[in-house]
Design a protein around this ligand. Structure first.
Ligand SMILES: *Cc1c(COP(=O)(O)O)cnc(C)c1O
Length: 362
């Protein structure tokens, strides 16, 4: 892949987020990669038709690739990115995954297993030990850490080492941690997947996904897969996602600080029976006292926090996840509320949560 911007390796990720994926500095040239709406190109280069590529996708891919330390391909959504990887597997490939990854990924895996395309094995708690017992013959180990919405954390270095030793490929869904929480390729993973829709986009206005591959040959296969399936991102979406990425470090830091504070306060609240927060990141899942209806009432009673699905935006959102049958199927507790912490002031958020939690006050 052509490297449009070669950067000093010693630069920090915060700096890379600002400078990567820019056009060359030319007198009179724009600072930002221009938005190029085009369904076709003049003949004479490898860019022929819109499915082949777009300068705006390339700019976003350059930046995300730099931050994760690999070669990036963007897709129409996180699930389109996931599908592209699964489409690359040989028939009857053995795939190992957690029992409860993001429900959309779980459904893709289950559906393929049901049609006999893959042999799926799931682990309730994916550890180096549990993987070691069953990894033989595996083609792909799919890891999500922390998981959505249970916030289970996998010991990435240990689990990746066991998978690699057995010759399996490792993909890590890094949506919840973002490249500022962890960079799985530096821990030995082969592929990183992002729902760019979430933290990277960050403003609840786009759907986009990405895969970052360590191996340039696998990257080339994914580019071809995107071209052949047409799971291409929108041009505006790619522009907005790169704009979001520029401020991700600052947003992530502030949202994480607020989440840490709120997790501690929720832990001491009499209406809350359990708080799941891994100590880092911007998402908190907590269980309330009372019934599923009571937990729904908490979500409905919030006035500042938005009652909606979706996470990673500047606005805080919360939702009782077991409202979906597909979440119940993977064992998500009835009263578990997933809270995505945004950029509002921590005291305003806490006042809103306290007010909402009166719905389950003992
Ligand atoms: C949302 C999400 C996805 C799916 O991404 P889309 O962009 O919605 O297709 C995959 N993994 C995780 C962890 C997610 O939160």
């Amino acid at each position: 892949m052509k490297d449009r911007n070669v950067h000093d390796e010693s630069l920090h990720p915060e700096t890379m987020a600002v400078i990567a994926g820019r056009p060359d500095r030319a007198p009179g040239g724009p600072l930002n990669a221009p938005l190029v709406p085009a369904s076709t190109y003049h003949h004479g280069s490898e860019l022929v038709y819109a499915r082949d590529g777009n300068p705006g996708w390339q700019a976003l891919e350059d930046a995300l690739g730099e931050l994760e330390g690999g070669h990036c391909v963007t897709f129409a959504s996180g699930l389109a990115a996931t599908t592209a990887i699964l489409d690359e597997l040989p028939s009857n490939a053995k795939v190992i995954a957690q029992r409860a990854p993001y429900y959309g990924v779980a459904e893709l895996l289950r559906e393929r297993a049901g049609r006999g395309l893959i042999e799926l094995e799931t682990h309730a708690d994916l550890t180096a030990d549990s993987l070691g017992r069953t990894v033989e013959g595996a083609t792909l180990v799919w890891i999500e850490s922390p998981t959505n919405p249970m916030l289970d954390v996998v010991d990435l270095p240990a689990v990746i080492a066991v998978a690699k030793q057995a010759g399996a490929m490792v993909a890590v869904d890094n949506t919840f941690a973002s490249p500022f929480g962890q960079t799985p390729l530096t821990l030995g993973a082969d592929l990183v997947v992002h729902s760019v829709t979430k933290l990277i986009g960050g403003h609840s206005d786009l759907l986009l996904g990405a895969v970052i591959a360590a191996d340039p040959a696998f990257h080339a296969r994914l580019l071809h897969r995107r071209q052949s399936t047409g799971a291409t991102p929108g041009v505006l979406e790619a522009y907005l996602a790169l704009r979001g990425l520029r401020t991700l470090p600052a947003r992530f830091e502030r949202m994480q600080a607020t989440a840490r504070d709120l997790a501690a306060r929720l832990d001491g609240h009499p209406g809350v029976s359990r708080v799941r927060y891994p100590g880092s990141g911007t998402i908190i899942s907590f269980e309330t006292l009372g019934s599923a209806d009571d937990a729904e009432a908490v979500c409905g009673a919030a006035q500042l926090i938005v009652h909606a699905t979706r996470l990673g935006g500047v606005e805080s959102t919360m939702e009782r996840r077991a409202r979906y049958a597909s979440e119940q199927a993977v064992g998500t507790p009835e009263t578990l509320i997933r809270l995505s912490v945004g950029l509002e002031h921590v005291d305003d958020l806490w006042r809103d949560l306290e007010r909402a939690l009166t719905a389950v006050q003992p």
